[in-house]
Design a protein. Sequence first.
Length: 126
Amino acid sequence: MEPLTIAAILFGSFLLLVFLRVPVAFALGLATLPVIFLTPGVTFFALIDRTYISFNSFLLLSVPFFLLAANLMNENGITRKLIDLAKVSVGHLPGGLGHINVLVSMLFAGISGSSNADAAGIGKVL
């Protein structure tokens, strides 16, 4: 199959499922089924193998620990102190909240090292 045809089938089936009010999480998974069944050479075992390989990653293992770090920073008040520091530094500028968000995100990412933890930690406070 051509890549353009595959993309058209994926987007078309996804949009159809969304318009039928299927939840997005299920629509994303179900939209891939026509492509899997219509593509020659894709076996069930190859599909299972690729799924296992994609989940067997050290990067996925680290995400819960970064989220734990973000929650610990929230509970101990570090996030609020970072926001107060950013508010004093750039809060007086036009668009101050946007500047505060950028500055706190930079500081928070330097401490936690993860954009997922950054979004989880700062998103609760801002």
